[in-house]
Design a protein around this ligand. Structure first.
Ligand SMILES: [Zn+2]
Length: 145
């Protein structure tokens, strides 16, 4: 049974929303709310690193207690709040690659590719976490010793 059919059984109407988002080429993941239950629906055709980022992004929305909103507005457009999305993206990235982890790996001379592989993320996410946590400075400082 296709995943979309399983989702439709569990949450009527969600399969239509996912299909619409997928047609726009923008579907990565979303959280479905039903009472106190939350169901994360994600694009399992994405790379493993992307799926990890998408799932932790959705988990971050929950941890940050972001209010549920509609994914599609009344005009059929993607509903989007830049501030809320940036918060979830940042926390999701921190959950996947903690600052302390980046600093450790940089200190022992590991590069961005190795950090991405270790934490199971994309190269882009590892680069972001490496740069924002001073990875290059730490690696340079450690190599001079
Ligand atoms: Zn989001």
């Amino acid at each position: 049974m296709p995943t979309s059919a399983l989702i439709a059984l569990a949450h009527p109407g969600i399969a239509d929303a996912v299909e619409l988002l997928a047609k726009n080429g923008s579907f990565s993941a979303l959280t479905v709310f039903r009472g106190t239950e939350r169901l994360v629906v994600f694009n399992d055709t994405a790379t493993a690193g992307r799926q990890a980022a998408d799932i932790t992004h959705e988990a971050a929305h929950g941890l940050l207690l972001h209010e549920p909103t509609t994914a599609i507005d009344e005009l059929g457009c993607r509903a989007w709040d830049d501030r809320v999305e940036a918060e979830a993206t940042h926390l999701g990235a921190c959950l996947l690659i903690p600052a302390r982890g980046v600093r450790y790996w940089a200190k022992v001379g590991k590069g961005i590719d190795e950090i991405a592989q270790h934490f199971g993320t994309s190269i882009e996410l590892a680069r972001w976490r490496y740069n924002i946590n001073g990875g290059r400075r730490i690696a340079a400082s450690s190599s001079r010793r």
